[in-house]
Write a protein that binds this ligand. Structure first.
Ligand code: PLP
Length: 415
């Protein structure tokens, strides 16, 4: 047995378990970016999703190829001898440190193993069969999947012409709203919704509803545009941050919810408040101490993204004006075919949003990865997607429960 086989089989088992559970709609499961990205790779090509062929370029899950910074790596190594202990005070210490870093009180901050958990908990706490979940289209799908478990109606609203959340349309579409989800920069477009629009949403939203602002990618854009000041102002808002993106800790798992204490408390009965891995706590803490991490990594990402944009422009392709580490590219061909043709060239790009069936989500990788992307994309488009590729056929099909015939994963809604 190769060293790879155990995780490979575990991955498949985990995924199949998830498929069965969600198909039955009887068990809670948080649907997050790695699951969506992994499932999209597995689908169609039927490849075990955690195992890309050697030499693959993997730009499908908005990950940071730089990984944790040096300070975080040292903290991770140093904590190993304490791995037999809970070290609960580390969570308190990180809570205080994070609160100070964004200018709120520790009681406004709750730490989780990633931001997927608080996102799911917000949907469970603030939506119900009577209180709908309102989100953008295209938008990040995770909360829509969670709404299946809260029984909420999902209301999807197209983005504006500038790819911001359309606040007046979101308000008009859901007088029964329980939760408005605003992702800025928005996954998958990378585009920003102005602070003034979030203020407008808070001012006009139905009584009792909550605004959830997901700032997973804000460090790549403009940190001054944060909605955390609206938490300080005592508004009905929860802001999410994660260490998965600019801090390169997606596999280490640390995320934060920032809100009024009574809103934070509402997340606890949904499953919040459990112990954190001490590795995540010390790596996050060390990352926050790194004075230059955010500006340096923002600059690296911007430079590679803008070079990629120059290349795309020079070849006549249009794309969303992203300020994040990913963007939507209009291939002007059915996206599913392009994804599969790119996969055959060992370049794994992101999934499909049904509202934009010719668009592909591309994560900004290293310069070398983006060079490889350009070469593969040019070849795929030149050959009008007729490149030949041979992929193994499906051994089992139950994971396909998550996909529609057009290759999309965006949950169907009643709106
Ligand atoms: N929010 C958005 C918009 C995301 O794209 C992701 C992951 O890609 C998450 C939240 C969750 O990330 P994590 O659970 O790794 O913090």
């Amino acid at each position: 047995m190769s060293p790879n086989q155990t995780p490979r089989n575990d991955s498949r088992r985990t995924f199949l378990k998830f498929s069965v559970a969600a198909a039955a709609a009887s068990t809670f499961r948080i649907m997050n970016e790695p699951m969506l990205a992994a499932a999209a790779v597995d689908r169609g090509v039927d490849r075990d999703f955690q195992h890309f062929p050697p030499g693959s370029v993997v730009i499908n899950a908005n990950e940071n190829p730089l990984g944790p910074c040096d300070l975080a790596r040292k903290a991770l190594a140093d904590i190993i001898p304490d791995g037999g202990r809970y070290c609960w005070w580390l969570k308190e210490e990180l809570t205080k440190q994070f609160a100070e870093s964004v200018g709120v009180k520790p009681e406004n901050v709750a730490i989780f193993p990633g931001s997927s958990e608080p996102l799911h908990f917000c949907v469970m706490a603030f939506t119900s069969p009577k209180r709908s979940y309102v989100t953008a289209d295209p938008g990040y799908e995770s909360g829509m999947h969670s709404s299946k478990f809260s029984g909420a109606r999902v209301v999807t609203v197209p983005l504006t012409k500038t790819y911001a959340h359309d606040i007046p349309a979101m308000l008009a579409a859901a007088p029964d709203a329980g939760l408005f989800y605003v992702c800025t920069p928005n996954n998958p477009t990378g585009t920003v919704t102005p602070h003034s629009a979030i203020e407008e949403l808070l001012a006009k939203k139905p009584a009792g509803s909550i605004v959830l602002v997901d700032e997973a990618y804000i460090h790549f854009a403009d940190l001054n545009a944060t909605a955390i000041d609206l938490v300080k102002a005592g508004q009905d808002i929860v802001v999410l941050r994660t260490f998965s993106k600019i801090y390169g800790m997606a596999g280490i798992r640390c995320g934060v919810a920032i809100a009024r204490p009574e809103l934070i408390q509402k997340l606890v009965p949904q499953g919040g408040g459990s112990a954190m891995p001490i590795t995540a706590l010390v790596a996050a803490s060390a990352s926050l101490k790194h004075e230059h991490l955010v500006p340096e990594r923002k600059q690296i990402n911007t430079s590679i993204r803008e070079k990629t944009f120059d290349w795309l422009r020079s070849h006549g392709y249009s794309f969303t004006p992203s300020q994040a580490n990913f963007f939507m590219l209009d291939a002007k061909h059915p996206a599913k075919q392009v994804i599969e043709a790119m996969a055959a060239q060992k370049v794994f790009i992101g999934r499909i949003w049904p509202v934009w069936p010719t668009h592909l989500r591309i994560t900004v990788g290293t310069q070398a990865e983006m060079d490889a992307f350009q070469t593969a994309f040019a070849a795929v488009m030149k050959n009008s997607l007729s490149v030949s590729y041979a992929l193994p056929t499906s051994a089992t099909g139950s994971h396909r429960d998550y996909f529609y015939a057009d290759g999309t994963m965006f949950p169907r809604t009643s709106s």
